[in-house]
Design a protein. Sequence first.
Length: 639
Amino acid sequence: MGRADRAKIKAPDFPSGLVWYNTRHPISLKELRGKVVLLDFWSYCCINCLHGISDLGRLEEKYPNEIVVIGVHSAKFNAEQKEENIRRAIMRHGIRYPVVNDKDLLIWHLYDIRAWPSFALIDPDGNLIGISAGEGIYESFSTIIDSIIQEYDREGKINRSPIQFEPETLPVIDSFLSFPGKVLAVESSNHLFIADTNHHRIIMATLDELAVQMIIGQGEAGFRDGNFMIAQFKHPQGMAAHGDFLYVADTENHAIRQVDLKNRQVITLAGNGRQARRINSGYGLTIPLNSPWDLVFHQGYLYIAMAGFHQIWQLRLKDGFIEPYAGSGREGLIDGKLKGAALAQPSGITTDGEKLYFADSESSSIRSADLPPQDAVSTIVGKDLFVFGDQDGEGNSVLLQHPMGVVFEHGYLYVADTYNNKIKRINIKKRTCETLFGAGVEGLRDGAGRETLFNEPEGLSIAKGQLYIADTNNHVIRKADLETNTVKTISFTGLDAYQQAAEVLKEEFAGKVIRYDPQKIQPGEGKISIDLVIPKGYQLTPHAPHTISWQADNDRLKFPISPTYLQFESSSLPIIIPFQASEGKSHLLVDMLVYCCGSQAEAYSQCFLAQVRLDIPVVISKEAPGAEIRVSYQIAEQP
């Protein structure tokens, strides 16, 4: 349909006096004439809205100078109306286009919006083309935007002058974590696992000393299996442990990952990195998933809070078969048989061995799903999608606000009442709820009971009488002693060595330089294989921050893994670095910092640090014998 065939409806402009983000000044539609404008009506609680952010990013990449995306944040929950909470959500989800705080739903009503997310498309003359509700807009909007650009290009009316916006920045935080989403305390192995969500990695520490032992994942968003140094996650969330394995809900990769703690390898069990558009079942990697948010293990199965489908799923570990377990896929709060019930964005899950319990975030409720042979979903506390608040009490009088974490212990459910900034306890049999920790306002304060302050806590886990809390917007892990009723912020040890190693590798190189003969490789995909020969009687010191970084002097060698500070262990040897090569010459520098100590107990104090640079000229030619650069370095003992 051409412009002459469309009814011309002028798009309503933005009311004055609203708070804007990612821009130096409020924006008007008038100043955007000549651009195609796409309004995204969203709310940061909504999983479907979060899915839409990636489609908007793809559209911005396709039309970098033709379209302007503007987020209209129209809050559902009270907590989402607050300016600072929206600012944090914008930074957490990497949103760089302008966003306006429509807390009173003024713009929402001007455009007659009915659901989250909704998208309004405005032509370069400022006319409203149409409104679409629901996620998965990329293909349909690409087609429409193509036709609009062609139409207006014929008249020379497309303004391709770039517009620069100013993304929000977080204040400097004194934490090595970034928006940690979930935490898992494993008493049997004395481990504490942290989903360092916005750093796209998993932190493994000891429960007793709270010492960082291992970093799982390179820290760059991606979807890659392999050893701990090269594996990649994308905004990982919930975890479950069984034996030598840790299982991870890799939320924005829409996958379930298995971490082999013994052999230090990460593999994908289910999901293929793409978001599923319809509900299906099958085996492992053949079935796309939809924002798995949390996990719990029970009798050979992983039960998955599949937030994007508003369901609980199950993954049979013996053969990888995965399927929906509870919930029809319809969003709502409807109890009944497992397959017929309606759930609303389950984001936390736990079990007592007889039932599953889950935080049904969008319905602000805590609910249960029977394990076999029973067959029912029931609501413990909570009322409906739009009924929320902050009220302790019994049964139907209880009100929560978007809870995201839940853990079972001795007949009680401990709940992260996320948007109320509180930790609550529910007696399952009596259906009573009480606030244990938190004053109900945002902040960071240790102390006793309700004197403490949190900022949107999301994850909970219990071990040895201690409740571990992922205090997400404070970027820290808190520990609540359930006997003394006190909370303190955890200070992890072992971090200084990691940070010092990172700084050493960033500074001007002062170590030993080893120069190699030119290495000849073929163009295309290849790998660098680096081995270390350890002096007799020594070993790489376990859990020390052995690090490696690399760089090439031109783009003849390109690396899918970020060439920055990475950690490795002896089990990672040889170190494998994949690359993409094109014909020509390049020069590769590999910097390593390693710690060696005597391998015998009596000699363990005999330690030294080796800092070395491998200087490797590279010739890339079709006549080369292979596509692998292989180097070995003999670490010299340093008394």
